[in-house]
Write a protein that binds this ligand. Structure first.
Ligand SMILES: [Zn+2]
Length: 433
């Protein structure tokens, strides 16, 4: 049998797309940037173990144009897939691909009939986390020293801002983990907790860079109970649960959870604007904006200084005329001293320190105009009186039942405990243990 020339082999390997080749035999569905399906090399009942990294990924992404099964360890590119699945020799696999992609290889015929694809795996139920988990982490945030919250409390807020800080934290259901990490809940617009991100902050308010965020469904104990492998995991925008509670507010979207909380507490007028976060410059996905579009909301995207172009692109693709990239804040408030890496929150904090106020233009006021009356009322009610977590959660979720044992903000025991912890804590250590 004649040998296939190397340049033809290279050419075929270059044009063969793993998602199309595997897709001839396995029904694939999108899972983030990857595709998944039932592994054809073992008796697979759980979608999610067999991953296809498509050819559409950029060339520097590891595993591009390949498949891998995490159960039976089958892996390779389009050629290896055909050799393993169709028991073809290497040259026959090349011929098979030549035929599929209409690229002449040689004159040796190959009997090629793709079989009908396997039936689609049943869709996985979407992961729903019990609300009691939210309550538990919020209670931990009250009882333990969570560095993020500690840092937030030390910011140079004015009196009104300081008075509402605890309420703001509760509005976002900010929780704590036993090891000192902060827990940012991702609760959807119907009030269902879907995910929670665990992040470790340092006493200076920056994230511990060498530690990746954790997800609650992957934590010890939670993993077993929540069974993330048997569910589809959706990650709504941080703060989505505020959408239905404030149906008329303009929706501001920022990159980080930290920025959303700071800006929300900075302005404090939830009735005219609420703050959501997508978790990072690259995490603003079109489908996460869909619930906002369905509600006909006015959306302002607040990228950090280096993210304008990327978010303008998302905005253009969206083609939703009530979505704009908002740069006025940066344009009027940013100074050389803030530096090129400054994010929205950095500037707000600097302005708190220096006593500068953001200059609001007609454009900005225009955006909040539609709910101006509501904001007039709410702006005048700083919450100096004790507030109970239970009341806030009950309000957020429109539930009539009390949600958890309320912990009074002014409870002297809690205050003392936190104070003792603060004094004992050695801030030169980076671990909050
Ligand atoms: Zn397998």
């Amino acid at each position: 049998m004649p040998k296939i020339p190397d340049d033809i082999i290279r050419r075929i390997q270059d044009i063969a797309k793993i998602e199309e080749v595997v897709g001839d035999f396995v029904t694939l569905r999108k899972a983030g940037v990857n595709l998944t399906g039932l592994c054809p090399f073992h008796d697979d009942k759980n979608d999610g173990n067999f991953i296809v990294r498509p050819s559409t990924l950029s060339y520097d992404r590891p595993g591009r144009n390949s498949y891998r099964c995490f159960v039976c360890d089958a892996k390779g590119g389009p050629v290896q897939f055909l050799m393993a699945h169709e028991r073809l020799s290497f040259p026959d696999a090349i011929r098979w691909l030549g035929k599929k992609y209409n690229e002449p290889v040689d004159d040796v015929p190959l009997n090629y009939t793709p079989p009908p694809p396997r039936p689609a795996p049943p869709p996985l139920p979407v992961l729903e986390i019990p609300r009691s988990y939210v309550a538990r982490t919020m209670t931990i945030a009250q009882q333990q020293l969570i560095l993020f919250i500690y840092w937030l409390e030390l910011l140079p807020w004015d009196d009104e801002q300081r008075a509402r800080l605890q309420k703001t934290l509760w509005m976002y259901c900010v929780g704590g983990w036993r090891d000192g990490r902060v827990v940012f809940w991702q609760i959807d617009h119907n009030g269902v907790p879907r995910a929670a991100k665990l992040m470790r902050y340092l006493p200076d308010g920056h994230r511990k860079k060498d530690e990746h965020p954790g997800w609650i469904y992957n934590q010890d104990g939670c993993r077993q109970r929540l069974e993330p492998d048997k569910h589809e995991i959706v990650k709504p925008l941080f703060g989505s649960h505020l959408l239905n509670r404030y149906p008329k507010s303009v929706v501001n979207i920022v990159e980080s959870e930290k920025t959303a909380i700071i800006m929300a507490n900075y302005y404090g007028d939830f009735d005219s604007q609420i703050w959501l976060a997508c978790g990072g410059l690259k995490h603003l996905q079109l489908d996460s904006l869909q619930p906002l579009i369905d509600q006909g909301r006015t959306i302002w995207l607040w990228p950090d200084k280096d993210g304008r172009e990327a978010w303008q692109e998302v905005c253009d693709k969206l083609g939703y005329d009530q979505c704009r990239v908002y740069t006025h804040f940066f344009d009027t408030c940013w100074t050389e001293a803030d530096g090129d890496k400054a994010d929205v929150a950095d500037i707000a904090i600097r302005m708190m320190r220096t006593g500068d106020k953001p200059r609001q233009t007609g454009k900005w006021q225009g955006a909040t105009e539609q709910s101006a009356t509501a904001s007039d009322q709410s702006g005048a009610t700083p919450t100096h009186e004790p507030v109970k977590i239970g009341d806030i959660i009950t309000e957020i979720w429109h539930s009539d039942e009390p949600f958890l044992d309320p912990i009074e903000l002014q409870d002297p025991r809690v205050r003392m405990w936190r104070e003792t912890l603060r004094q004992r804590y050695n801030f030169n250590k980076t671990k909050a243990q």
